[in-house]
Design a protein around this ligand. Structure first.
Ligand SMILES: Cc1cc2nc3c(=O)[nH]c(=O)nc-3n(C[C@H](O)[C@H](O)[C@H](O)COP(=O)(O)OP(=O)(O)OC[C@H]3O[C@@H](n4cnc5c(N)ncnc54)[C@H](O)[C@@H]3O)c2cc1C
Length: 384
């Protein structure tokens, strides 16, 4: 399908695809097995200028947008969803600075994030605050020149590996939704340590870790926006980052489909390659159609964001919901096409199914995406 990408976008996509094929594919099983953080690949992405594809040129990026980020994430995910999320989660931690940072903050943090010299992470979730972020217990007490942070964030992607952390904490618990604020916290700040690193079902190359704040002094100038904006920053960030998870889903689904077609052409049963059976062809046809439909939706939403439209909650949720459900379905069907071999750990397709599952959970579960879409419909209906 022709998506009428710009010359620069075609270049970015092809470069990401080359890196995925030549550098990531050969090592994806290794990182899945060892759960090591793939610094070697992050270095390649950094040297190829791919970390800054969505960041303005004046802050060291190459001046593209969300669609450029999606194209890279999709291609990397086609080889490894775990390595791709290390890259994409850095964008999740960078968007709040792009959206709400002042010029001093942008000058200070964006160039290193655009070059990939440093990577970022986004710390919202806590033990008591998953889908319901009003359960945040981490506090940030205003003490003159500093905010004092106390609390624990859990399951933070790039935790321990990133240098730059975006942390949502309560500055005034009595103010409810208006009582949260967002801070940039640098690795190495006294009182900021890392807890348990999780062992996971999929995306095992990525680091998922606790962030622990104990009387951690964060300079006052590190607040993003102003006090009380925390939930707005978090929601607006997720609105523009969800197409990224959706593109990870498209890439994972495409990777599994590629393997399924290749295997179906080679595997012979009843004297014929299994691809000649209508039962298999129809499965592959449905898988390919679903992947293309998901891709079309993701690119459209990414373009909507890049055009400057700020009311994208519903569409962004649709892209994340549809693409991640597609990834789960397509990867499960791909395992089915491989038969018993698909269930074996030394067969590459089972990893795609394990990697796909998380896309239905993080950055808001798909139940929450349906709620966002439902709320959007109610609002639109009310304004008719
Ligand atoms: C590998 C991994 C990486 C992650 N990375 C990050 C990160 O970088 N930064 C970060 O801040 N967080 C991160 N998270 C957290 C992730 O965003 C949360 O897990 C997710 O938002 C869901 O929260 P929960 O797990 O607490 O589920 P819960 O909120 O406890 O939900 C449990 C179940 O109830 C359902 N449910 C809850 N409320 C409703 C409702 N109102 N209506 C219908 N169903 C509902 C959910 O859909 C789900 O099925 C990560 C999680 C994982 C597993």
């Amino acid at each position: 399908m022709d998506y009428f990408l710009s010359e620069q976008q075609i270049m970015v996509k092809e470069l990401a695809r080359k890196i995925a094929k030549e550098k990531i594919q050969p090592v994806s099983a290794y990182y899945d097995e060892t759960e090591e953080f793939p610094w070697q690949i992050m270095k390649v992405l950094s040297e190829s200028d791919l970390f800054g594809v969505y960041i303005e040129e004046k802050y060291g990026g190459t001046g593209g947008g969300v669609l450029d980020l999606c194209l890279v994430t999709e291609e990397l995910s086609r080889a490894c969803g775990g390595i791709a999320v290390c890259y994409a989660a850095s964008a999740l931690g960078t968007y709040p600075i792009i959206l709400y940072g002042n010029d001093v903050q942008k000058q200070k943090y964006l160039p290193d994030l655009a070059s990939g010299k440093k990577i970022a992470a986004f710390g919202l979730t806590e033990a008591s605050a998953g889908s319901d972020i009003s359960g945040i217990q981490t506090t940030a007490k205003n003490q003159g020149d500093y905010y004092i942070l106390n609390g624990t964030k859990q399951w933070i992607t790039n935790g321990g590996e990133a240098e730059t952390y975006i942390i949502i904490a309560m500055t005034d618990k009595n103010k409810g939704a208006r009582g949260a604020s967002v801070f940039i916290v640098e690795k190495g700040t006294p009182g900021f340590t890392f807890g348990k690193k999780e062992k996971k079902l999929g995306i095992r190359a990525s680091a998922t870790r606790e962030l622990v704040f104990t009387d951690c002094e964060v300079p006052k100038e590190n607040i993003l926006g102003k006090e009380g904006l925390g939930f707005v920053v978090a929601m607006k960030t997720l609105d523009i980052s969800r197409p990224g998870v959706a593109s990870q889903s498209v890439g994972i689904a495409q990777g599994a489909l590629d393997l399924a077609v290749e295997y179906a052409r080679k595997r012979v049963q009843f004297g014929k390659p299994i691809i000649s059976f209508q039962g298999i062809q129809f499965m592959l046809a449905d898988m390919a159609t679903q992947v293309e439909a998901a891709r079309a939706l993701v690119y459209s939403v990414a373009r909507m964001v890049d055009s400057g439209n700020t009311r994208v909650s519903k569409e962004s949720a649709m892209a994340k919901l549809f693409a991640s459900d597609t990834a789960m379905k397509v990867t499960t069907d791909a395992v089915q096409i491989f038969g018993g071999y698909g269930y074996m750990r030394d067969c590459p397709v089972e990893k795609f199914m394990r990697d796909a599952k998380i896309t239905q959970i993080y950055e808001g579960t798909n139940q929450i995406q349906r709620s966002i879409i439902g709320t959007g419909l109610i609002k639109e209906f009310a304004s008719l």
